[in-house]
Design a protein around this ligand. Sequence first.
Ligand code: HEM
Length: 237
Amino acid sequence: MDHSKATGSGVTGSGCPFAHGKSGDVGIMDLLRVATAKQHDEAENHPFQQAFFAGKLPRESYIRYLVELHHVYSGLEARIREAAGDVPELTEVVVDENLRESDLRDDLEFFGTEPGSVGPTPATETFLSQIEVMSRTKPIALLGLHYVLEGSNNGSKFISKNIRRAYDLEDRGVKTLDPYGSDQRQRWLEYKTRMGALTLSQTDSAAIVEAAQLMFTTMGLISADLMPEQLQDAIAC
Ligand code: HEM
């Protein structure tokens, strides 16, 4: 999927995503999409994501992935809530419907698995330390992390169809992947509008973009941590 083409006003074509020109400032959502396009392509092509997409992950690997996502989302959502007192932009963009912790809890309960029943992988542990620092030093950057998770719902919605089929699920067990159902496109548009309405300094925008890149890198590392041994066989089938 090619996300590399910036749309809307302001992308100057100079090669620098932060370039300013007569056509005005580049919107943060365009910056984010363009700056992470290559990482998105890599994420889509990661063997874990490919197997996940095809519904070929063993059921227990899917459940294990949900446990890991619970560490990631609950950690990030807690940091966003804590920092929002000083940085109201965080909850201007990330509204209640964008919080996934309770969906993850529900999915895990459906599978009879406690959130936190397995500790975070090394990649997630590193991430949790990084967001602790980020929330103290540059809390607005938490938006870049959240953008990646929220944006991933666009792809997860498709993946959820295969997951439902693979593990014989209806709604429970798959809420995290398809939280908005048929409203997915509309909710994403609204999220993008809220983010795009922020007044951000160039430094803030750069920090948000850098955080989004970190989130993609982290998800890749987490996928590698969770790669089941039998995955290669599953892909080959
Ligand atoms: C097989 C795996 C994946 C597929 C098939 C997929 C597919 C998609 C699709 C169809 C879109 C919507 C594109 C559009 O409407 O313009 C999208 C957007 C997005 N996806 Fe994925 N995706 C996958 C994996 C991931 C992963 C692992 C992440 C991050 C952890 C991710 C993050 C995003 C983000 C941030 C966007 C929004 C891009 C923007 O700013 O418009 N995706 N994806």
